[in-house]
Design a protein around this ligand. Structure first.
Ligand code: PLP
Length: 410
């Protein structure tokens, strides 16, 4: 009989969002007809911009015509999109990349999950804590996490706490990791790193031969000039970092699916023999073997995000969500809550009042105010005592959530 990958048995059965769904279902059974405001899951609420819809229509029509039909595309993505990304996302920020360093995919989650294919199982991983759970779970699957302890930590993973005490700025770890995941602007805390803070990490990685996996899924939400949009804005980063980007939150592609990963030619890691090996080369090989490319129509849709009208529409979409973020942060702060994030990211990170645990705060919000958030502890041990709200809801719901909070707190 075939044997399974035992690492999967180490994964916890209850995924955070299914726990939340169970509690919301229980609430619905007890209070049928109550209006729940859902600010928990980080999914968008606005439809796709019209520029994207018309690019989809046009490309679907191309597929119906023998002269423009496309079958298998390049595994790495079409050059029209790779070139557009280089010109629009990177050149204006002084980052020179070759289209060959951009790999188009069906979203950042797949690439973040799959990148472990080209990295040794023996690498020591570090994460900031709290953290996007995919980084931890994919390393459990890959056999890099070790064993789980009652404190909520995995024995082989280095946790770098980010809390109100250090203003959510990660300090360099005492133990040297081989690979570190950095996500900025951050999910779940909604906080960002300044140029100086990110430089500290890049220099540390350069000095210690550490690979940084930089998740920039929320880059489009940055409003402060001092916050870098790409890790490659920092000198030397091309030698130590892979960057993941997504059209999901930038342009409403959570259902359409498109993202990309940047692996610069300069980026090298070592083989057991000590030779330097290009990660771009390994990832290219991996993609050509295991992936057959993102749909042509979806890549045309992603390209349209960079058209003049597409840029305006996307900017307005982001403005809409960030107005929610402002409404939530300013008002919740006014009623006495300690609130973080919401300036360079669409997430609001709230310290539980009166020392409540994350789940207690969640339960009270749900049962007393019919608002769904996400308990901070679900993102890691340092998330205990916090709750995340998203700004991806409807504006009216964000306003109503504020009123419900006000009734509750006063
Ligand atoms: N990275 C972070 C930090 C996220 O929060 C998410 C989605 O919520 C993703 C990556 C996944 O993005 P995508 O929809 O492109 O798979």
């Amino acid at each position: 009989m075939a044997l399974i990958n035992e690492n999967f048995l180490n994964l916890s059965e209850d995924y955070l969002f299914s726990d939340i769904a169970k509690k919301v279902n229980a609430f619905n059974l007890l209070h049928p007809g109550s209006k729940i405001i859902r600010l928990g899951v980080g999914d968008v609420s606005l439809p796709l911009p019209t520029s994207v819809i018309s690019a989809l229509h046009t490309s679907v029509d191309e597929m119906a015509d023998i002269s423009t039909f496309r079958g298998y595309g390049p595994e790495q993505g079409y050059n029209f999109l790779r070139e557009t990304i280089v010109k629009n996302d990177y050149e204006p920020r002084g980052v020179i990349l070759d289209p060959g360093e951009i790999f188009i995919s069906d979203g950042a989650k797949s690439d973040i999950g799959n990148i472990g294919d080209i990295l040794s199982r023996d690498n020591r991983i570090a994460v900031t804590d709290p953290v996007y759970p995919v980084y931890i779970d994919t390393n459990i699957m890959g056999g890099r996490a070790g064993s789980f302890s009652s404190t909520g930590h995995w024995s082989n993973i280095i946790y770098i706490p980010c809390t109100a005490e250090n203003r959510f700025v990660p300090e360099l770890p005492e133990e040297r990791p081989d690979v570190i995941y950095l996500c900025y602007p951050n999910n779940p805390t909604g906080m960002a790193l300044s140029r100086k803070e990110l430089k500290k990490w890049v220099n540390y990685a350069l000095e210690n031969e550490i690979l940084i996996l930089f998740d920039a899924a929320y880059e489009a939400y940055i409003s402060d000039d001092d916050v870098p949009h790409s890790i490659y804005e920092i000198k030397g980063a091309k030698e130590i970092a892979i960057e993941f980007r997504s059209f999901s939150k930038t342009a409403g592609f959570t259902g359409l699916r498109c993202g990309f990963t940047v692996i610069p030619e300069e980026l090298k890691c070592r083989s057991l023999k000590g030779e330097l090996v290009s990660l771009n080369h390994l990832w290219n090989r991996r993609q050509c073997t295991k992936f057959n490319g993102t749909a042509y129509m979806v890549q045309r849709a992603a390209e349209s995000v960079y058209s003049p009208i597409g840029k305006i529409q996307v900017r307005n979409m982001i403005k809409y969500y960030m107005r929610n973020a402002r409404v939530l942060t300013e008002n919740l702060r006014e009623i006495g809550l300690e609130v973080f994030g919401g300036v360079n990211a669409p997430y609001i990170w709230i310290k539980s009042p009166d020392g409540l645990s994350s789940w207690k705060f969640f339960d009270r919000l749900l049962f007393e105010r019919h608002i769904v958030g996400t308990p901070g502890v679900g993102f890691g041990p340092s998330g205990e005592g916090y709750l995340r709200l998203t700004a991806f809801g409807k504006y009216e719901d964000s306003l109503e959530a504020v009123e419900r909070f006000k009734d509750w707190m006063i």
